[in-house]
Design a protein around this ligand. Sequence first.
Ligand SMILES: [Cu+2]
Length: 132
Amino acid sequence: VPARTLTAAAAVAAIAALVAGCGGDDAGHHENSAVPDGARTIAVTARDFEFEPAAIEVAAGEPIRIDLDVHNEPHDFVVDEAHAHVGGEEGETVTGGFTAPGEPGEYAFYCSIGNHRQLGMEGTLVVGQATP
Ligand SMILES: [Cu+2]
């Protein structure tokens, strides 16, 4: 067996392991995270291979709804610390939500599909002080 094939098989296994770990509960990988009550909607475009906008500002603990406009091929929007996952197929606009982290700072959002993150599909979730 060519080494190339083995490498590809290992990559597929690694991706399968990542997908299995996504969400960490009974929700499937393709099930979008729930939109919290009172969420503010932020429109995000995902395309090969970038997000628009590349930086999103939220307040600590703020309920957020993401409307993700998906272009070119399947993409998703993930924030590990907020357990956020919104994903869809090319041509879809999909909705999901999350509660912003309680600790102000900068967090990464990214596309977890294939090597999209390495190709540039990541951005910054800027979490500011909670609004009174
Ligand atoms: Cu992607």
